[in-house]
Design a protein around this ligand. Structure first.
Ligand code: G3P
Length: 212
């Protein structure tokens, strides 16, 4: 996956579920097939021939076997995902589970993006050697107030304290928010509500992708 990258988290919004996920993915891939997306698990397979860079929203640290209801890394890979978010603020897990999820990604050849709310957690997660650490202050999610503008020092502090590549997200709403994030040195930007809930996602994505 090319860096820096833009990743659109589909979450479970109505605008990005099922048939709408397909329609949104088509609109996104028309702008640039390199824009990464994180649809719901059940939509991964049907998006796999539309988007190049698909991430799951979560993966469990399990192996093949008796794990009813869990999400297996190999299954995500076969469905067409290239990676997974881990410990998103809306799907928090314990540190031990984060470790196992990162291991599962490595085993299956998936890119791991571990989300963290602060510098302390980032430093702990860094020891697990994920591919990326995503700093996302929960209070800024869906707030329209971009982490890059409101908390630039949080991003730079995380970057100073970890060896992993840092990306950021929360409240990213316009091209300028992305531009500032990239100037702070991140390898990628996570965005959701501003794109998924927009009447014209193309308009805002085109503005954002200019800087990536
Ligand atoms: O994973 C990205 C997400 O949590 C950011 O959400 O709506 O603030 O762009 P939003």
């Amino acid at each position: 996956m090319k860096e820096p990258f833009l990743l659109v988290n589909f979450k479970t919004y109505e605008q990005s579920t099922g048939k709408n996920a397909v329609a949104l993915a088509k609109r996104i891939s028309k702008i640039d097939r390199n824009i990464a997306v994180a649809p719901q698990y059940v939509d991964i397979n049907r998006l796999s021939n539309i988007c190049k860079n698909i991430f799951a929203q979560h993966v469990d640290g399990i192996n093949f076997g008796r794990n009813t209801g869990h999400v297996l890394a190999e299954s995500l890979k076969q469905a067409g995902a290239i990676g997974s978010l881990i410990n998103h603020s809306e799907k928090r897990i314990e540190m031990k589970e984060i470790e196992l999820s990162v291991k599962a990604c490595k085993r299956a050849g998936l890119i791991s993006i571990v989300c963290v709310p602060d510098v302390k957690t980032a430093a702990k997660v860094d020891r697990l050697k994920p591919n990326y650490i995503a700093i996302e202050p929960p209070e800024l999610i869906e707030s329209g107030r971009a982490v890059s503008k409101i908390k630039p020092s949080l991003i730079t502090n995380v970057a100073k304290n970890v060896k992993s590549k840092v990306i950021c997200g929360a409240g990213i709403s316009c091209g300028d928010d992305v531009k500032i994030a990239l100037e702070l040195g991140v390898y990628g930007v996570l965005v959701s509500s501003a794109v998924v809930k927009a009447e014209k996602p193309e308009k805002i994505l085109k503005e954002m992708i200019k800087y990536v």
